[in-house]
Design a protein around this ligand. Structure first.
Ligand code: ADP
Ligand code: MG
Length: 616
């Protein structure tokens, strides 16, 4: 077959294959055009998740009659002119192919005016101009795309359910609303309003609109400026997590982008503050010189290339890490012994509520301010008391007599038979604490360092796992319903999986306004974590299409153990240390915490003597 140049309509259809994958791609291109046209308000009306109709109305610059036709030519754009412009892209669009592509696979009507003259109305079908007319002079552009893919049946067949397609669209609109808090967005689906923002420029308010009040309350602002970058936005406190990565939004020069490198930077900066398989909620707006970013990597422009990616990663990582340090690691200097003990006892109880926790932390902070001076003194006193504790020394010696020196592991086995209290570690006698974080201990086998937080996580994890493990189907009725806010996208899925949710004892009742009420839940849901459990179950069913209650229990046990465990920088007295070590000994896996980190580090007597060159 001889080579021939493709007709414009065929070329556009081919291009559409790349740019217009599904209704959400159309919404993306139209919104981007509206933003580029300096719109202050963008209204999006959807029918059947955009499969039958997508209408985007803006109050932007609009187009002249001449331009309104040109806009549908392939490679027709008002956004770049010269080769060099490609390296300084300031607009969201620049390829000049979106309208041509969309028009080639749909029936399209556009009404547009610059506000000075009557508007131009044009109708196209499969990219061909059908007719042209005039309408009112409202400034802005109003585009209706109907019967998407009507002439590309293969693509149409590929469309997923209404839920899925609408989910893609709402996710996309959410991201653009986050990227442009100064633009008013309004979205309707089959006639009802499903999302609005007020366009007052307040990002936190947009976050609230999308993720709900609870999330918004737990977000803190971050910002950092260097010679090359300005980054600002909001990050969630580490206790507010989600089970997937979709709650991280990165915006570069007003464009929502996906960047694996930056996502990792965010996750890394939370470091050990996040339980395993939990992800933060983050919205970051990055501004940089357009020379530093290549947006022409992918037709949909979702992926971009940064020329100083390593530097940007460092800026983001340090910005978030610094903020989190400020939030969580306010150094706790030891306080007066009396008060300290009283407070610590409360920390150890399983069932005090969170408000108490907060009050407690605040009190500790207040105390610290005044008592820095006394601290050193108290510490000496503390250490002295340990060394005088000869009860410990005695029992170590006695034990040493009873037992031959053997290895740590062997002793685990032997300890197992020693008495009926089953334990996998030998008795360790606490001799003090290092930096309020590690318990130091000894026995005839050597010296031990125990990470107190990890130890308690392990203990509590096994406790909770056991208590959740009983497969009772009992339901707890609530006097006052719990209410939960979900994102639009989540709501679509909740509706889809309502029956599955019912099957595990979860009845979500729509309350409107992105809110669901729960009037009862299975009794195994741990108090204070009901919302997390419900969210985890919802997220699991959304991600995997099924609910595996065992996995949820496991995750919740980890979450509980982490939340309810003493943190680093917390001083313990000898009795508390002893209790902790005894409880640890009773767990089935005392050597690692539920996140897989080590709990105990052991130095054998030999190792220590070798270090001091007493033996070679
Ligand atoms: P690109 O956005 O890459 O330039 P498009 O095919 O999306 O290409 O749009 C072509 C041109 O049509 C744009 O460059 C712009 O001049 C014009 N245009 C499209 N949508 C709008 C709109 N909502 N308001 C004003 N002008 C628009
Ligand atoms: Mg465009």
């Amino acid at each position: 077959m001889a080579i021939q140049v493709l007709s414009a309509s065929l070329a556009n259809k081919i291009a559409a294959g790349e740019v217009v994958e599904r209704p959400a791609s159309v919404v993306k291109e139209l919104i981007e055009n509206s933003i580029d046209a300096n719109s202050e308000k963008i209204t999006i009306h959807l029918k059947e998740a955009g499969i039958s109709e997508i209408r985007v109305i803006d109050d932007g610059d609009g187009m002249s009659e001449e331009d309104s036709e040109k806009a549908f030519l392939r490679h027709a754009t008002s956004k770049i002119t010269y080769d060099d412009d490609l390296f300084h892209i300031k607009s969201l669009g620049f390829r000049g192919e979106a309208l041509a592509s969309i028009a080639s696979v749909s029936k399209l009507t556009m009404k547009t005016s610059k506000g000075d003259k009557a508007s131009t109305i044009i109708n196209l079908e499969a990219g061909k101009l059908l007719n042209k007319g005039k309408g009112d002079a409202r400034k802005g552009t109003d585009i209706t795309v109907s019967q998407l893919f009507y002439n590309t049946p293969a693509r149409l067949k590929y469309m997923k359910s209404i839920h899925t397609e609408l989910g893609h669209i709402t996710d996309l609109i959410n991201r653009y609303a986050l990227a442009h808090p100064s633009i008013r967005f309004e979205v309707t689906h089959d006639g009802s309003v499903i999302f609005t923002t007020n366009g007052n420029g307040n990002l936190l308010q947009v976050i609230r609109q999308i993720y709900g009040l609870q999330v918004a309350k737990n977000m803190v602002d971050v910002s950092k400026t260097t010679n090359d970058f300005h980054v600002e936005g909001f990050i969630a406190k580490p206790e507010m997590t989600r089970a997937n990565r979709n709650f991280m939004t990165i915006i570069v020069n007003g464009r929502y982008v996906k960047s694996i490198a930056l996502n990792y930077a965010i996750i890394r900066s939370y470091h050990t503050l996040l339980p395993r398989h939990r992800f933060p909620i983050v919205v970051l707006n990055i501004t940089l010189d357009s020379i530093l970013i290549d947006v022409n990597v992918h037709p949909t422009k979702l992926e971009v290339r940064f020329s100083k990616e390593k530097e940007l990663v460092e800026v983001i990582e340090s910005m978030i890490a610094d903020k989190l340090k400020q939030l969580t690691l306010i150094p706790e200097i030891p306080m007066k012994r009396e008060k300290k003990e009283k407070l610590e006892q409360r920390e150890f109880s399983f069932s005090h509520d969170r408000r108490e926790d907060l009050n407690h932390q605040q009190q500790v902070r207040d105390d610290n301010v005044n008592q820095t001076e006394q601290a050193a003194q108290n510490e000496t006193f503390f250490v002295k008391e340990q060394s005088l504790d000869n009860e410990n020394t005695e029992s170590i010696d006695k034990k040493a007599e009873r037992e031959p020196l053997n290895s740590f592991e062997q002793s685990i086995v032997s300890e197992d038979n020693q008495d009926d209290k089953q334990t996998r570690i030998p008795d360790i006698y606490p001799i003090g604490q290092y930096r309020g974080t590690y318990i130091l201990g000894q026995n005839h086998l050597g010296f031990y360092m125990i990470d107190q937080h990890a130890a308690q996580e392990r203990i509590k994890y096994e406790f909770y796992k056991k208590s959740f493990g009983k497969p009772d189907q009992e339901i707890q009725q609530l006097l006052f319903p719990l209410t939960f806010e979900f994102t639009n996208q989540e709501i679509l899925n909740i509706e889809k999986y309502l029956e599955q949710l019912n099957s595990v004892g979860l009845y979500l009742e729509s309350f409107g306004n992105n809110t669901y009420a729960v009037r009862s839940y299975p009794t195994w849901f741990p108090q204070g974590l009901e919302e997390e459990v419900i969210r985890d179950i919802v997220e699991q069913v959304i991600q995997t299409g099924k609910i595996e209650i065992d996995k949820i229990r496991e995750e919740v046990a980890i979450l509980m153990s982490c939340k309810r465990s003493i943190k680093a920088n917390h001083y313990l007295n000898i009795d508390e240390m002893k209790t902790l070590l005894t409880d640890l000994g009773r767990t089935s896996e005392p050597f690692t915490c539920p996140h897989g980190r080590p709990v105990i580090i052991h130095f054998t007597n030999d190792e220590i003597e070798k270090m001091f060159k007493r033996i070679m």
